[in-house]
Design a protein around this ligand. Structure first.
Ligand SMILES: *Cc1c(COP(=O)(O)O)cnc(C)c1O
Length: 469
């Protein structure tokens, strides 16, 4: 499988180079040249298979030029062995035709582990094979950082630098990142918002001299390998509920559009998905875009669901590329409008197919709290605020998405957001043992200003990658 950039000016690459480069050199995002497809018979054959077996079937077409079958199977088994549920991604019924897909049984209790665990192994393998080192640079609104650090801590070939918006991630999220004691882990608390962190990382990626000198790579969801790993649980959930014979819909709590784009890929690959509910908190750029066709970032508001406090949704560019008929010139023009005018306007031709498949739904703070409370009262089940947004949005859209099962994605364990969960339910959230152990150690973090020169210098001073010939 070869990969092309959404802006058409970067070299066409194989999987391993796409994974190691993160962002394409023209500022675009890599996508597969073609989508592999599964026939109805092939989908039916996945029924009853383990998560790991389905993961292999779904992902292998994307990586087959870079890794052989046996080795890939071994990596998959290792990646998901640290999950604390045998089914890896179990489904729970919440109401008639309404289901929750629990994606929080990984080592950092958020769905980011699904992609990060396999990415850590794939990157390490590729770098060892090449005798190279790399500098991982990432921005986090909370969960990506913890999951990335967990996956890359102590890896000899890699130094990892994670920027988080100072004071804007939950206590648990911060401690999950900053308590790693390994010398290859660097936490930067940036004085700014998540979008500032993301802009900073983008700026360093676009500085080719810096990027090449420090062997910089990214593990944000701009990295195709992240998206690829997230396609899998759409398949496992769908076949568990009767696909390919029975269509279904998903409600996805959305920030960077990575997770819902992975669902879109599953749809492209042949899963009979009726609708995706794009569920946001009050930072609702995607809902507004679906309504008006105008993509216009606004100020970011801090909410109970910090992992979705995003106004620049980087993976949306991958969807635009598809909706514009893979016209990279058109995508480049829209993205250039965004940087010069602060917004862009989608055409009716691009919007119509988007609206066929995606329903935007904004859930505010009170509605989030009410949903957490209602699940506790009615179902004796404690959910986190991100999952509550998905569940509330999914429940509201079940009717509009016809008479098919609605699966809401539960992206984090409630113990990661104890304050709002306790506020909603009146009970203390039990902390899983792995979290208690993780949170005891001392914190390691550098507080730095929102200034490109300062951050670049910090990284240049600390990374080992630039010192290797
Ligand atoms: C990252 C994250 C999201 C948003 O996922 P995107 O791929 O950025 O849309 C939702 N919920 C939780 C708990 C997250 O960590």
């Amino acid at each position: 499988m070869k990969y092309v950039s959404t802006r058409g000016q970067a070299p066409v690459l194989e999987f391993e180079d796409v994974m190691l480069s993160g962002l394409a050199r023209d500022g675009g995002l890599y996508v597969p040249e073609t989508w592999p497809t599964f026939s109805a018979e092939q989908i039916a054959a996945l029924r009853g298979c383990s998560y790991q077996e389905i993961a292999f079937q779904v992902m292998f077409p994307f990586v087959s030029s870079s890794i052989d079958e046996t080795e890939f199977k071994e990596l998959i088994n290792e990646a998901y062995s640290g999950f604390s549920h045998r089914a890896v991604a179990p489904l729970v019924q919440m109401d008639d035709n309404l289901w929750l897909l629990e994606l929080f049984h990984g080592p950092t209790l958020a769905f980011k582990d699904f992609a990060m665990q396999i990415l850590g192994l794939l990157m390490d393998r590729a770098l060892i094979k090449r005798g190279e080192r790399a500098t991982i640079l990432g921005a986090t609104s909370g969960d990506t950082g913890g999951a990335a650090i967990e996956a890359f801590r102590g890896r000899e070939q890699i130094d990892i630098f994670i920027l988080h918006p100072s004071g804007r991630v939950s206590d648990v999220q911060r401690r999950q990142m900053t308590t790693a004691q390994e010398k290859n882990v660097f936490n930067i608390a940036l004085e700014g918002t998540f979008d500032d962190c993301q802009a900073m990382v983008k700026a360093m990626f676009n500085d080719h001299e810096f990027r090449d000198g420090m062997k910089v790579t990214g593990v944000n969801s701009i990295n195709w390998a992240r998206i690829m790993a997230q396609i899998v649980y759409y398949f496992t959930a769908a076949v568990a509920l009767g696909s390919p014979n029975r269509p279904l819909s998903f409600a996805v709590p959305t920030g960077n559009f990575g997770d819902v784009f992975a669902g879109f890929v599953a749809h492209k690959m042949g899963l009979p998905i009726e609708k995706f509910v794009v569920a946001t908190n009050v930072n609702d750029i995607l809902v507004r875009t679906l309504e008006t066709g105008t993509y216009k970032p606004d100020g970011v508001m801090a909410t109970y669901s910090p992992s979705m406090d995003i106004q620049v949704s980087s993976n949306f560019e991958r969807l635009m590329f598809e909706m514009a008929g893979r016209d990279a010139t058109r995508v480049s023009a829209l993205m250039s409008d965004l940087s010069t005018k602060g917004e862009f306007q989608l055409s009716e031709n691009e919007l119509a197919p988007m609206r066929d498949l995606f329903i935007g739904m904004r859930i505010d703070e009170d509605e989030t709290v009410s949903r957490i409370a209602a699940e506790y009262e009615d179902n004796d089940y404690v959910i986190d605020p991100h999952s509550a947004i998905a569940l509330e949005a999914g429940a509201r859209c079940s009717g509009r998405a016809k008479d098919v099962p609605m699966i809401a994605l539960a992206t984090a364990h409630p113990a990661k957001f104890p304050d709002v969960v306790t506020k909603a339910t009146g009970v203390e959230v039990a902390q899983p043992a792995r979290l208690i152990a993780q949170l005891k150690s001392e914190e390691r973090v550098s507080q730095l200003p929102n200034d490109l020169a300062t951050i670049s210098q910090f990284i240049a001073d600390k990374t080992r990658a630039s010192k290797v010939a």
